[in-house]
Design a protein around this ligand. Structure first.
Ligand code: NAD
Ligand code: LMR
Length: 342
């Protein structure tokens, strides 16, 4: 995913006998939780981006070594490390994109909501610092439960008077990555061509793959729809169980989050053809937040692709209705966490 844009341009240009000029590295990205299971491989993938000039790594511990290690890669960005709350402001100043994978992961038997008590406070304090130091940045929330941590981030930004709903994103790219992989395997399609929109939220039945909207157009039996939907919804748990207490998805998550960062940077850079699924403030349904495909632009969400929710199959329509009460409860829980009297 890191290559297509500039390689494609290079190929086009060389066919026309132009000299290839790589994209200008000019964006600053901050990763909060950079020493973690997701943070480390994600930082490596961001270090490979031709669009990044500065990569700031923040964690409460162990980030110096990660930075020293990454800084030896001969790619354009300059990597810097920041440890502990006293260095957070300097990490964030001037950031164009802030990615937040800080927080604890699940163990077998836990739901994502079981992480709420620890991760809600972590996300609150980190987003407060974002509001104070780089309120204009795109904010990518990875920390679970995403269905609650994104509303938490929104409330914090509102309290600080800097909320721009077009620039706050819950990262649900991994659901799309998984859906694309599982569908391509099941139907023997070329992986690179497959694109399945995944809407709703990021936990259990709130993850709703719209298989009928798969590109290229493909037909599924009812059994295939049932099997693929359940597998996509439980894919996180599949990894948690396989890791048997050693955490949740980190490598596929880093891959997915790096794709979302690269898409955001391309949008900031003026590419007018950038689409991703993401959990955002939305009026697509009666729920205040909802994941759907959006068009990204220089100012964040430029358009919500509402046509994905039109002409759903009966199975998808039922899934959509069934997810609403769980998703609403998670959103309300996040909002209440910030609004509760201290
Ligand atoms: P991890 O424990 O390996 O890493 C978390 C990192 O966060 C650690 O380095 C830790 O020091 C750091 N951290 C903790 N408190 C912090 C704070 N206040 N400020 C800065 N850093 C802090 O966990 P992981 O496997 O990297 O997972 C991180 C989070 O991502 C979890 O909540 C997990 O559930 C979530 N996740 C989300 C998705 C998704 O699709 N959105 C996918 C996978 C994992
Ligand atoms: C995932 O989907 O892999 C993440 O949300 C982590 C988890 O707890 O499943």
């Amino acid at each position: 995913f890191l290559k297509p844009l500039h390689v494609a341009k290079a190929q086009n240009r060389s066919q026309r006998s132009y000299t290839y000029t790589p994209p200008q590295a000019s964006y600053k990205v901050a990763v909060l939780g950079a020493a973690g299971g997701i943070g480390q491989p994600l930082s490596l993938l961001i270090k490979m981006s031709p669009l990044v000039s500065s990569l700031n790594l923040y964690d409460v511990a162990n980030v110096k070594g990660v930075c020293a290690d990454l800084s030896h890669c001969n790619t354009p960005s300059v990597v810097s490390d920041f440890t502990g709350a006293s260095e957070l402001a300097n990490c964030l100043k001037g950031a164009n994109v802030v990615v937040i994978p800080a927080g604890v992961p699940r163990k077998p038997g836990m739901t994502r909501d079981d992480l709420f008590n620890i991760n809600a406070s972590i996300v609150r304090s980190l987003v407060e610092a974002v509001a104070d130091n780089c309120p204009d940045a795109f904010i990518h929330i990875i920390s679970n439960p995403v269905n609650s941590t994104v509303p938490i981030a929104a409330e914090v930004l509102k309290q600080k008077g800097v909320y721009d709903p077009k620039k706050l994103f819950g990262v649900t790219t991994l659901d799309v990555v998984r859906a694309n992989t599982f569908v391509a395997r099941k139907k023997s399609l070329k992986l690179i061509d497959v694109d399945v929109p995944v809407v709703g939220g990021h936990a259990g039945i709130t993850i709703l793959p719209l298989l009928s909207k798969t590109k290229p157009a493909v037909t599924f039996t009812d059994e295939e729809v049932q099997e693929l939907t359940v597998r996509i919804q439980n894919a996180g748990t599949e990894v948690v169980e396989a890791k048997a207490g050693a955490g949740s998805a980190t490598l596929s998550m880093a891959y997915a989050a790096a794709r979302f960062v690269e898409s955001s940077l391309r949008a900031l850079d003026g590419d007018s053809d950038v689409y991703e699924c993401t959990f955002i403030q939305s009026d697509l349904t009666e729920l205040p937040f909802f994941a759907s495909r959006v068009k990204l632009g220089r100012k964040g969400v430029e358009a919500v692709i509402s046509s994905d929710l039109q002409g759903l199959t009966e199975y998808e329509q039922k899934g959509l209705e069934e997810l609403k009460s769980e998703l609403k409860a998670s959103i309300d829980k996040g909002v209440a966490f910030i609004k509760q009297p201290v």
